[in-house]
Unconditional design. Sequence first.
Length: 372
Amino acid sequence: SAAEKGGYDYFMLKEIAEQPKAVADTLLGRIDGNGRLTLDEVRIDASALRETDKIVIVACGTAFHAGMIAKYAIEHWTRIPCEVELASEFRYRDPILDPRTLVIAISQSGETMDTLMALRHAREQGSKVLAICNTNGSTIPRESDAVLYTHAGPEVAVASTKAFLTQLVACYLVALYLGQVRGTKWGDEIHSQIRELSDIAKQVDQVLETMEPVRELARSLKDKNTVLFLGRHVGYPVALEGALKLKELAYMHAEGFAAGELKHGPIALIEEDLPVVVVVPSPRGRDVLHDKIVSNIQEIRARGARTIVIAEEGDEAVVPYADHLIRIPATPTLLQPLVATVPLQVFACELATARGNEVDQPRNLAKSVTVE
Ligand code: G6P
């Protein structure tokens, strides 16, 4: 009913709007007055966490993209090797698991069969499993050694939005917590990132306030057949998520690529007026990364692409090459997906509406896939 949707036309719109609160709620009570993380819920004791020598993340769909981003954060802040794998592939390839492997299973519903089977397999090999889940008491957290709940609240729209942002927050918390427990050489950075994270909901809110041009752009592209998405570093999984949202909602051919792979194939797809969304990393953090993507934008534009550039406020280097410029607030490099994903959700939702699609219940899809 309209009341359930809180005055919005679709649950998805309501859930997109709820993201600042979902992010803040997921942080609530997990950072103490001294800016340290207190994750008592992670019942895996600190000594076991100190001994962990490998992390494997398993998930499906949007949760898998959160896992891909988590890998960048975990390896950078903890120096523990981390793999991410689609749950549906994981147990069929005889993965190397032992009691010092920490497996992280990410699932909004807690009922996805592939993810559940992956975690069962991991536990049979003696590995510890930490679930990141949005649904209290669901099967995946019940069968795990520990659980860090995301506090997105119920997500009704099939295409995941607020659950994704809270999965990212939970992944950052786990990564920073591991860094804290293990006392890595990144101690100061960990401290400052916790502070930045505790402030991030405001920036998500800021993005939401500036989405009208994105909606307008989406409507103008409603008769296109293809949209490509490019990113580097954590912007790469964001590109994959942007493409997934567009497939799910707009039923358009959408593909995400690592921008560095352009020359190895995707650039052959560029033709006159093809919309290409590019997620640009902060020009402050790692400038090499930023410079490389600016030249990628130049390359595709020279071949006729219509460039839709998502870049940090104050990033002037992209201006000459952006046919459409979507501004996001400045964040630390690793946290950027929390703000960069939001315009892509709005973009896909508006395109779906413009194409007359059912936003909350896309054809052929289910909110939770409980069969293999
Ligand atoms: C389905 C949903 C996706 C979701 C995926 C994983 O495909 O349509 O939105 O990302 O399942 O779901 P989970 O509940 O495990 O996060």
